[in-house]
Structures are given as structure tokens and as C-alpha cells.
Ligand binder design. Structure first.
Ligand SMILES: Cc1cc2nc3c(=O)[nH]c(=O)nc-3n(C[C@H](O)[C@H](O)[C@H](O)COP(=O)(O)OP(=O)(O)OC[C@H]3O[C@@H](n4cnc5c(N)ncnc54)[C@H](O)[C@@H]3O)c2cc1C
Ligand SMILES: NC(=O)c1ccc[n+]([C@@H]2O[C@H](COP(=O)([O-])OP(=O)(O)OC[C@H]3O[C@@H](n4cnc5c(N)ncnc54)[C@H](O)[C@@H]3O)[C@@H](O)[C@H]2O)c1
Length: 491
């Protein structure tokens, strides 16, 4: 059996694994990456990119239609087949040649096959053809194996061969009727996309629509889905499912309602890709999320690092924040940490230190590409209160900002900021409205930079842009930093 040694072995060539390996090589070490499917992972072929491509045309059409003069120029309807073709190109036609050539150019060795940990610092790679190679790591192994769709144990559901996010992202035809189970990010984005593409969509959710975002933002997306014709069952769970002889799926809910559709999409969260990774060989439980310490080293149930600390985990698999950009941020931190430890140089894990992934706790960013979009960073009012912070939140009507009223006739949106009263800094920001995604980074910088509110008054938003929402939120909060006097729109 052939054997090789590298400084670092990364298992999983999704966006996170690729960035870990690149960072390792940039740091002067050697790296091999193990991939069983496509280099680029879920994000490139079945998640971020293709789903955003499914959503983009309808958003552009809505934008044009909200300007009466420009709307005159729109003479037809959305062409679903053309949307799917454009989506295909954003999924690189499910061919990873482009990403492989990037990896090779970056100096990373690619080992195709299933990676399994067989001993400390040792990984066996089994190719689809049955060949096995054993590779050794001088310094570290990084698990970046991501996650897969979780299918809940609803009687009959698996037998219906339901869609998961993979099929929703890569479908080559739009079903006439689509039932979606799950009211989280995948459920709402795909309800937005497929209703715009012409499907009659029913959305079933046990815990409401977007339960983890600010309630005012979730309410606007819920109203927009209803306006788009999506039938919502927001507080009931599926009880059983079956596919009949004609191919139709019957989903019966806990309240006895039965929904009939051509396809059913299960969007009920994720499960870690750790079932066939050899975790049992190192005392960890296959199928579990990997727990990590502050330097992203894997720890056991008691919190002790595995072995002498040779095993790290980054990205979805450690469950800190299931988002590509947060995983890539972890990748930069873990790559630099491994290089520093290999060289014996200082590892700075202090908050916001070079090797810490502090933003995972305090400043996770997310854009939900529903229509309207939701862009959020940091803590919601509820999350901040639950963590015991003394906070005050204010909201403002984005539609009342000059830039927004110019952007589209009848523009509707809303924003909020959550302020840590004791430090007078922002800890959370949420905005909902059409085309708000690009407003997010200013808030992220304010939170990460811990910019005091009195200084934010000097960050003057250009007129007439939607960024003037900042000025309005500050005015609503009140210039006296510690004022608790309620202002119009404040709570
Ligand atoms: C529908 C959908 C839309 C999304 N949209 C967004 C978005 O717009 N923005 C955003 O930030 N996030 C989005 N996400 C989340 C994002 O896709 C994930 O956070 C991201 O893909 C995680 O990257 P990763 O590298 O950790 O894992 P993955 O992308 O899952 O990659 C892991 C890789 O490891 C490989 N692998 C697994 N086990 C093994 C093994 N034992 N041996 C060898 N290889 C292995 C897999 O084949 C895969 O290629 C979306 C998710 C879904 C489901
Ligand atoms: N734009 C983006 O950033 C983007 C887009 C899509 C996905 N993602 C990420 O991908 C991950 C997965 O998304 P998701 O929507 O699958 O998960 P999610 O956690 O956002 O939502 C899952 C939903 O399913 C419901 N649910 C769970 N178990 C259920 C059951 N047994 N029966 C009925 N309902 C059940 C939950 O209440 C929840 O509302 C998320 O972490 C998300 O951040 C990000």
C-alpha cells in the first residue's frame, strides 16, 4: 500500500478545507487534501451558488417592476428554463476541473477518495475503485467534512424519495406543486425561488418561519411569501408521508391536513459528515458534531483535546456557524494556528487575536436571500437579552429613508440595532427589505471594531443612499449615549 507524509492533511475539499490547505501552504508547510466527491464541496454545487442563481432573476425582475418607467420595457415573464441554464453555469455544470486546477496551482496535493482516520496523524484514503493509500501528517489533521441534509424520522418520508437541498439546488425542471418541510433558511429561500419559477408552493414548519431572526424581519418575509401565493402551515409538523402510484406525494400533518404535491423538499437542518470518518478509532462517536476548543482543536466529551492536539475541525462539521464565510474565517484561523505551532511561534487566542475565531461568537454575518432579503450580524435583541447583556434596541422604517424611496416605488423595509448599554457599542444589527444585502458590512465593521456610538455619529452616510438608515437609527437611539428616554420608533 503506497504511503506518503505531508505536514498537514485536510479531510474534505469544501470551501473550508480548500482555505485551510491554502493557508497551510502559504505558511510554508506542505498539505494534502482528501475529497470523496467534488472539489468545492456543498457550497459550490448544491448550496450557496446554485441557490442564489435560482433566486437572482426573479429579484432583478421585481426590482425593474418597482420602477414604472422601466417596467414598461419588461414585456414578458420569467423564463424558468433560462434560469436553470444560468444556474447550471454557476454550479460549473457539476464539474470540479476549475477548482482542481486552483488547488494544484496553490500547491496542494489532491487525494481523491473517502478519508478515514486510522491512527494518530494517519488517514487512509479509499478510492471509488477500491484502492487504498495511507497518508501521515507530521503536524496536524484537519477535519472539514461539512454537513448533509437531516431528514426527520417521519413515517414514510424516506420512502417518498424526498428532495433535500441538493435536489432543490440542482433540479432540471420545476415541479408544478412543491411541498417544503422546514421554515428555516433553506425552506424560505427555496419557497421564494420555486414560487417565482412557477411552482405552487406549500411550506410546512413546526417552529414558525425563520424563528432565529428578529421577529419584525421574519414577519416581512412571511407576508411576502403569502403575497407570492405560498401556502403556509407555520406551526404544525408532518405526521406521515407517502408517494402514490401516479407519483404524487401525500403529506399528512399533525392536525390531520393532507397536502398533495409532485415533489417534497425536506429542509429541516443539517447532520454532520462524521459517520464514516474513523472517529471510533480515536475514542469519538461517529455521527456526532465535532466539539472544538478555542483554537479549533477537537475535544472529547470531557473537553480534553484528542491525543496531543493533532486533530482540528473547521466549518460546518464543528457546528459553530453553518455558513461558508464563517467556515472560511475559521479556516484562516486554524491554518495560521497550525503553522505557528509547527514553527514554535506565538499563538494569539485572545479575543480578536490573530489565531482566534472570535467573530463566531460575537459577529456572525448572514444574508437570507428571500425577497425581501434579511441581512443580520451579531445578536438579536432576544439572544442578547438571553446572554445577560444590558441592551437597548431601536428600529427604523427603511422605506422612510430617501435612498430607499428612490430605489423603488413603495419601498418597504425595516432595520434595527441592538446596543450594549454598558459599553455603548453595537452588538447586533438586522435589516429587512429588497436589495439590502450590501448594507451589512458597515454593521459588521461597527460590531467587530467595537466602535462607540458617539464615534458612529461621525460616520456620515452619503445622501441619498440607503445607508442613511444608520443616521436614522442613531437619531432614534438618542445622542446622549446612555439616554433611556423613549424616542419615536424606539423600544
Ligand atoms: C441550500 C443551501 C444554501 C446555502 N447557502 C448559503 C449561502 O448563501 N451563504 C453561506 O454562507 N452559506 C450557505 N449555506 C451553507 C454552506 O453551504 C455551508 O456552510 C458550507 O458549504 C460549509 O462548508 P464546509 O467546507 O464546511 O463543508 P462542505 O461544503 O459540506 O464540504 C465538505 C466536503 O467534504 C467532503 N467529505 C465529507 N466527508 C468526507 C470524507 N470522509 N472523505 C473525503 N471527503 C469528505 C464532501 O464531499 C464535501 O466536498 C447553504 C447551505 C445550503 C444547504
Ligand atoms: N443564505 C444563507 O446564508 C443560507 C442559505 C441556506 C442555508 N444556509 C445554512 O444552511 C443551514 C441549514 O439550513 P436549514 O434551513 O436546513 O436549517 P435551519 O436550521 O435554518 O432550519 C431548519 C428548520 O426545520 C425545522 N425542523 C427541524 N426538525 C424538524 C422536524 N422534525 N419537523 C419539522 N420541522 C423541523 C426547524 O424548526 C427549523 O425551522 C443553516 O444553518 C443555514 O444557515 C444558509
Amino acid at each position: 500500500m503506497p504511503e506518503d507524509t505531508y505536514d498537514v492533511i485536510v479531510i474534505g475539499a469544501g470551501p473550508v478545507g480548500e482555505n485551510v490547505a491554502d493557508r497551510i501552504v502559504q505558511g510554508g508547510l506542505t498539505a494534502a487534501i482528501v475529497e470523496r466527491e467534488l472539489v468545492g464541496g456543498e457550497c459550490s454545487y448544491w448550496a450557496c451558488m446554485p441557490t442564489k442563481a435560482l433566486l437572482r432573476d426573479a429579484a432583478a425582475l421585481r426590482a425593474v417592476r418597482s420602477l414604472p418607467a422601466a417596467a414598461q420595457a419588461v414585456t414578458g415573464e420569467l423564463d424558468p428554463a433560462a434560469v436553470l441554464r444560468r444556474r447550471d453555469s454557476f454550479a460549473s455544470h457539476w464539474d470540479d476541473a476549475g477548482q482542481v486546477s486552483w488547488l494544484v496551482g496553490a500547491g496542494v496535493a489532491l487525494l481523491r477518495g473517502q478519508g478515514r482516520i486510522v491512527a494518530d496523524r494517519t488517514v487512509e484514503v479509499s478510492s471509488a475503485a477500491g484502492a487504498a493509500t495511507t497518508v501521515h501528517a507530521r503536524h496536524a489533521v484537519v477535519v472539514a467534512t461539512g454537513s448533509s441534509a437531516f431528514v426527520p424520522p417521519v413515517p414514510g418520508l424516506t420512502e417518498t424519495a424526498p428532495w433535500t437541498s441538493r435536489q432543490a439546488a440542482s433540479a432540471h425542471a420545476v415541479p408544478a406543486r412543491l411541498t417544503i418541510v422546514g421554515g428555516g433558511v433553506v425552506g424560505t429561500e427555496m419557497a421564494t425561488a420555486y414560487s417565482a419559477l412557477g411552482a405552487r408552493v406549500t411550506l410546512v414548519s413546526r417552529d414558525g418561519i425563520l424563528p432565529t431572526v428578529e421577529p419584525f424581519a421574519a414577519a416581512r418575509v412571511t407576508a411576502a411569501l403569502e403575497k407570492a401565493g405560498v401556502e403556509l402551515y407555520p406551526t404544525t409538523a408532518p405526521a406521515e408521508a407517502r408517494r402514490d402510484g401516479t407519483g404524487a406525494v401525500h403529506l399528512t400533518l399533525a392536525d390531520g391536513t393532507t397536502i398533495v404535491s409532485d415533489e417534497i423538499l425536506v429542509a429541516t437542518g443539517r447532520t454532520p459528515n462524521t459517520t464514516d470518518l474513523g472517529l471510533e478509532r480515536i475514542g469519538l462517536a461517529p455521527g456526532d458534531w465535532l466539539r472544538v476548543d478555542e483554537s479549533l482543536r477537537v475535544v472529547d466529551a470531557e473537553g480534553a483535546v484528542v491525543g496531543d492536539g493533532w486533530l482540528y475541525a473547521a466549518g460546518d462539521v464543528n457546528r459553530r456557524a453553518l455558513l461558508t464565510h464563517q467556515g472560511k474565517y475559521q479556516a484562516r484561523a486554524v491554518g495560521d494556528t497550525i503553522v505557528a505551532r509547527a514553527r514554535g511561534t506565538e499563538v494569539d487566542l485572545s479575543p480578536w487575536g490573530r489565531h482566534a475565531a472570535t467573530a463566531d461568537d460575537r459577529a456572525v454575518t448572514q444574508v437570507i436571500f428571500s425577497d425581501p432579503e434579511i441581512a443580520a450580524v451579531g445578536l438579536t435583541l432576544r439572544a442578547a437579552t438571553d446572554t445577560g447583556l444590558d441592551v437597548r434596541a431601536v428600529e427604523y422604517d427603511l422605506g422612510a429613508v430617501a435612498g430607499a424611496s428612490l430605489h423603488a416605488d413603495g419601498y418597504e423595509g425595516r432595520a434595527s440595532m441592538v446596543v450594549d448599554v454598558s459599553r455603548n457599542v453595537l452588538v447586533g444589527f438586522t435589516v429587512v427589505g429588497p436589495d439590502v444585502a450590501e448594507l451589512l458590512q458597515a454593521a459588521t465593521i461597527a460590531i467587530v471594531g467595537e466602535v462607540p456610538l458617539e464615534r458612529l455619529w461621525h460616520a456620515v452616510p452619503a445622501y441619498p443612499t440607503m445607508s442613511e438608515i444608520w443616521l436614522r437609527l442613531l437619531e432614534t437611539y438618542g445622542r446622549d449615549a446612555h439616554s433611556r428616554t423613549p424616542f419615536p420608533g424606539a423600544r
